[in-house]
Design a protein. Structure first.
Length: 151
């Protein structure tokens, strides 16, 4: 008869798990030290906005992208648009307060730095992401064409 395996593999894993919970509890207490209602409202609002508004928009945009690539005859190439778009939108989501300039004064007061360059930097990063993806796309298409001519 086999003995059941323990849920935690080793004492080191248990120690690391306990440390991660302690760190999370500390971060949560520090975060909620200020405006608890505002932070709770922000978390709930972010969850509702993401689940009820953004996820359907992501899905609709992805379906439109897939239909467009199917019409062009290459559904396997959709990742060359999907990956840079997802990374760019993630950066926009994370840095939106600074990109939009809504918290520029507070950022300058807290850090002593100007928030003026954030929109231009985000656009530059987006251009680099899409440009890099386009370069990889062209190189792979060229390699496939070369292999098709040889074989």
């Amino acid at each position: 008869m086999r003995r059941p395996r323990p849920a935690v593999g080793s004492p080191l894993q248990l120690l690391l798990l306990a440390c991660s919970f302690a760190l999370t509890a500390y971060a949560g207490l520090r975060l909620l030290d200020g405006d608890r209602f505002g932070i709770a409202l922000w978390f709930v609002g972010a969850a509702v906005l993401h689940d009820l508004v953004l996820v359907p928009l992501y899905g609709a945009a992805d379906q439109a992208l897939l239909r467009g690539f199917e019409a062009a005859g290459g559904r396997r190439w959709v990742s060359y648009v999907r990956v840079p778009a997802a990374l760019s939108l993630l950066l926009l989501l994370v840095w939106f307060p600074l990109i939009s300039g809504r918290v520029a004064d507070r950022y300058a007061f807290a850090t002593g730095l100007s928030a003026d360059g954030f929109p231009a930097r985000w656009l530059l990063i987006t251009a680099v992401l899409f440009g890099g993806s386009a370069v990889v796309f062209v190189l792979r298409r060229r390699r496939e064409a070369t292999h098709a001519d040889q074989g």
